[in-house]
Design a protein around this ligand. Sequence first.
Ligand code: CP
Length: 309
Amino acid sequence: MKPFPQHLLSITDLTRAQINALIDFSQPFLDLSRDDIRKASTMRGKTVINLFFENSTRTRSSFEIAGKRLSADVINISASMSAVQKGETLMDTGQTLAAMRPHVVVVRHGDSGSCHFLAKHTQGTSIVNGGDGAHEHPTQVLTDLLTLKNAWGDVKGKVITIVGDIKHSRVARSHLLAAKIMGYSVRVVAPKTLLPLHIEKMGCDVFHRFEDAIVGSDCIYMLRIQNERLKTNCSFPSIREYHEAYGLNMARFKLASDALILHPGPMNRGVEITSDVANHAQSQVLNQVENGVAMRMAILSTLCGLEAL
Ligand code: CP
């Protein structure tokens, strides 16, 4: 297997063998996280900085718990509490933190390409993309692949239908790239206004009517509308009409009732998904969250050159 890269900026930084190795490496961390004593010492002496310029519940807290469970020193910096508020640039912020010699800096930023920019302009630390604009969210997709592999055994040949605001979704984009690496197919369902131009060139099947896509799906992956990235409020007539056309309700779910239901969170219940579906036994939403900690333990360990618990 090729050595792991220094940074994790895009899912395409990883080969299929490396993704499978991270999934395998996550399994003992899942076990550790279910023990009474949820602590190992493998990352003692390692420093992790979470640098978040956008809101987050899952990504930020799972990286923090992941580091702390392995005894790393973890600090959290949010833009609202940092010198960014005094006019410091992204590059100066990144170089200042890198000068404190952390082993890993996890970055979430509203601008696509910001993590690549920091990786280029800092030295001696690993940069992890915790979500950059509408570009990519590789650690979410690795978490999803762990969830799906543990449910199915293998994702190869499966059909994942991603529904909602594809245009602004970094998760959708990372899945479209991961599908080519891992050998699963992706269907996308959205109004034309919430699809990127030429999306079909990314190798997916495009649908505008939810019912046409759902039959034959192994996984229905729901997305929220990324209101923070919408330039106007004209992408669909109203939330009610969006829900009627693109919301996952029980009637639609029954068209593929063996499918797993995934959502990266945060969910907007009653908009893209109804509560009865979100709480259904096939829903993996909380498994995704639990697996997110184990996968991030595997990612941090791997980037620090640690390969065993
Ligand atoms: N899935 C995800 O990135 O969630 P958060 O925004 O809460 O981190």
